[in-house]
Ligand binder design. Structure first.
Ligand SMILES: [Zn+2]
Length: 200
């Protein structure tokens, strides 16, 4: 079969008795899977997946801008376009809650929301997925959208207790350009030496 087929990561393409894994493929339990998204070919006893738009050239340390698509308890799904001009293809990736910032994070809701744009760095490129990190200075949310009304909100320097101007909802973010890392714990102002703000 020489016709190229579109393959997604993790899709089985062949068994090793017929085709050896070549570029863009990996083998597990005698089966050959696509490691990257792209055009799959099985010919000359080799299975390969090629993507001219360079997904397979991504490597650890590359910077990406990603959109948060879905959030689970310990992992979030993001879609990104690499900042490198040659890589113009969007792809899915993951970020673990341990890698969103330095120190402990109780909930993704403290750092970003679905729809936010974040600047992140590729931490690992694995056969079944790309993992990102934001746990470095300069990485984090660059555009934030309100968790209630979806309007874009203008975060303050700290990213803590931002108030949406449209609907009034308060929320937090881990900002790429935050000026006061590390953040204080939420709702614990006991060590805060400033006097409490009075309600005018
Ligand atoms: Zn709002």
């Amino acid at each position: 079969m020489n016709e190229p087929n579109f393959a997604t990561p993790g899709q089985q393409l062949a068994v090793v008795e017929e085709f050896e894994p070549a570029n863009g493929c990996f083998e597990e339990d005698g089966k050959v899977f696509a490691a990257v998204m792209g055009n799959a070919k099985t010919e000359a006893h080799q299975a390969s997946v090629s993507n001219p738009k360079a997904i397979d050239h991504l490597q650890r340390g590359d910077l990406v801008v990603a959109v948060v698509r879905d959030v689970y308890d310990s992992i979030a799904l993001l879609e990104f376009q690499p900042l490198k001009p040659r890589a113009a293809f969007s792809t899915y990736s993951y970020i673990r809650i341990a890698n969103v910032q330095r120190g402990y994070t109780e909930s993704f809701r403290d750092v970003f929301r679905i729809g936010d744009f974040v600047k992140a760095k590729i931490q690992e490129v694995k056969p079944l997925g790309i993992y990102l990190t934001m746990a470095e200075p300069g990485l984090g949310v660059i555009r934030a959208f309100c968790a209630s009304c979806r309007k874009e909100i203008q975060p303050n320097d700290s990213g803590i207790d931002i108030q949406c101007r449209s609907c009034g909802r308060r929320q937090n973010r881990k900002l790429a350009n935050a000026t006061n890392a590390p953040r204080p714990p939420r709702r614990d102002f006991s060590r805060d030496r400033r006097p409490p703000r009075s309600n005018r």
